[in-house]
Design a protein around this ligand. Structure first.
Ligand SMILES: NC(=O)c1ccc[n+]([C@@H]2O[C@H](COP(=O)([O-])OP(=O)(O)OC[C@H]3O[C@@H](n4cnc5c(N)ncnc54)[C@H](OP(=O)(O)O)[C@@H]3O)[C@@H](O)[C@H]2O)c1
Length: 260
């Protein structure tokens, strides 16, 4: 029986991924910071409790020896400070779960000798194309994980003789609480735009099935769920004209935020 380990098993996408893998007959190790996650037998077979903070936590995760590891846990700014300022503790915790800890896990995997193969899928986001003052810490973490995966992935792949494969999946909005968080900085006009996006977003079950199909096809290194044209425009603008991109973010804050 194959084993998949999924971090963030208590969340919207984690639960859906776990459910689908169980249906396919896999052994699912769900990872959470809590030891009381509901859904044993429904979305996971066994629970691995981990703070997902330290090198030791990363080693313990890899000691589970699964065939597939999905680093899905992620955090968005659910709380903000006055005038929309990011909160220091949230910046620290988000950067850790969205970027630095997954990077430590991958590095540790690359430094081990593997008998069997291990595929590590990082769940990124289409938010990684460009910075945004409406989800600045989230976008930065997702950009960072994207850069790390594509920069370090080839080194780890060849250093482990193809045993450790790092791939990245970038979902768009999924129906659920995380997709709603960017509204906490938006004014009424911006809120309406976001609402339209979240209302039209797919359910997690559908996204999970698509991710699993992409994993199983085994072809691409980076998978993307329907990146809207607006995100692509910001991405190209940022890549080609970084100074202009900053000016556009300034204007966006002035026009679209509660404080502009
Ligand atoms: N939902 C979307 O619209 C969307 C769009 C693009 C990408 N994504 C990405 O998809 C992944 C899953 O999103 P989701 O919608 O399922 O989010 P979610 O419902 O908020 O679940 C995320 C899970 O991650 C864990 N987590 C949160 N903060 C953590 C921290 N600081 N340290 C360790 N674990 C932490 C939590 O599990 P415990 O509390 O049990 O530890 C939580 O249940 C994330 O990486 C997200 O960025 C989501």
């Amino acid at each position: 029986m194959k084993t998949v380990t999924i971090t963030g098993i208590s969340g919207t996408l984690g639960k859906a991924l776990g459910k689908e893998y169980l249906r396919k007959g896999w052994h699912v190790i769900g990872v959470s910071r809590r030891d009381d996650v509901e859904g044993k037998g429904e979305s996971y077979s066994e629970l691995h409790v981990s703070d997902q903070e330290s090198v030791e936590d990363a080693k313990q995760l890899l000691d589970l020896n699964s065939d597939l590891l999905i680093l899905n846990a992620g955090q968005i700014e659910t709380e903000i400070g006055e005038k929309g300022l990011p909160l220091t503790e949230m910046v620290e915790s988000m950067n850790r779960v969205n970027y630095t800890w997954p990077a430590v896990v991958a590095t540790e995997a690359g430094n081990r000798t593997w008998k069997n193969s291990l595929e590590i899928i990082a769940i990124g986001s289409i938010a990684d194309g460009a910075p945004s003052p409406f989800g600045p810490v989230y976008h930065a973490g997702k950009i960072a994980i994207h850069y790390f995966w594509l920069g370090v992935g080839p080194i780890i792949y060849y250093a482990t003789e193809g045993k450790v494969k790092m791939r990245l999946y970038r979902p768009g909005a999924i129906k659920g609480p995380l997709a709603w968080a960017p509204i906490n900085r938006l004014n009424e006009k911006g809120y309406k735009i976001r609402k339209k996006r979240v209302d039209g977003a797919p359910e997690a079950d559908r996204v999970a099935r698509d991710i699993i199909k992409w994993i199983e096809r085994g072809k691409g290194w980076v998978g993307t769920w329907d990146e809207p044209i607006s995100f692509k425009i910001f991405k190209y603008l940022h890549a080609l004209f970084p100074n202009l991109s900053y000016k556009v973010q300034m204007l966006g804050w002035r026009k679209g935020s509660k404080w502009g």
